[in-house]
Design a protein around this ligand. Structure first.
Ligand SMILES: [Zn+2]
Length: 218
């Protein structure tokens, strides 16, 4: 149909495929990916499944080595393009993941407004916004962080749980009733953040899975 062709053309204009690798800026040789083959090997991207309680979670690799360095750049040195690239890559992986196809929403882990102002962008939201360019789903933006917590990486396991207790809330929670929600974040380490959000979503009748760029050594 002509309007489908038109909408495809428009989406190509609005979201053109990158010409250069979004991580290292090398020219892309039509690999069908937002990053070059060199970076795929360099960062060791490898889709894997793990569980968090009863939930299925997925990530590209372990939180170590070059991938860990890349996430540090994204978080603290304004690596917006690299974050976009990781979102597009996650989109390609999720699109082929049969266990996630009944999902209704992607829920990026929210940042507190003060930290968002400091960092300029929420990396989890950039990931979700780029996933949906590849895999059409709705981004659920009604989760808020109501407590400005200390970075989890600075704390012990017990402190992490206390730190996040009551940190999140859902505005319009009835939207979650009976829905499958995928929680999106850059890192899953001890899983405290994930479990807090997942528990909250389940208390409003939702079901959860998780998708992360990387997960802690397990
Ligand atoms: Zn590259």
């Amino acid at each position: 149909m002509w309007w489908q062709e038109l909408s495809k053309e428009l989406s190509r204009l609005l979201f053109p495929s990158p010409q250069f690798c979004l991580i290292c800026r090398r020219y892309l040789q039509d690999e069908g990916l937002p990053i070059c083959g060199h970076c795929v090997i360099e960062y060791g991207f490898n889709w894997k499944c793990f569980t968090s309680g009863d939930d299925l979670c997925f990530s590209f690799g372990l939180f170590q080595g070059r991938l860990k360095e890349l996430l540090h750049v994204i978080k603290y040195q304004g690596g917006f393009d690299a974050c976009r690239a990781l979102g597009l890559l996650l989109g390609l992986a999720i699109r082929e993941e049969s266990r996630l196809q009944d999902a209704n929403y992607l829920l990026p882990v929210p940042l507190h407004s003060e930290r968002l102002a400091k960092r300029g962008f929420n990396q989890a939201e950039v990931l979700a916004d780029n996933i949906i360019k590849i895999w059409k789903r709705k981004v659920f933006r009604k989760a808020v962080r109501i407590k400005n917590t200390v970075p989890q990486s600075d704390l012990s396991f017990k402190q992490r749980i206390r730190n996040l207790d009551g940190a999140f809330w859902i505005v319009e929670p009835t939207l979650l009733n009976g829905k499958h929600v995928i929680i999106i974040d850059d890192i899953y380490t001890t899983g405290t953040t994930y479990r807090q959000l997942s528990r909250l979503i389940k208390s409003f009748g939702g079901r959860t899975s998780g998708v992360f760029v990387c997960s802690g050594p397990r």
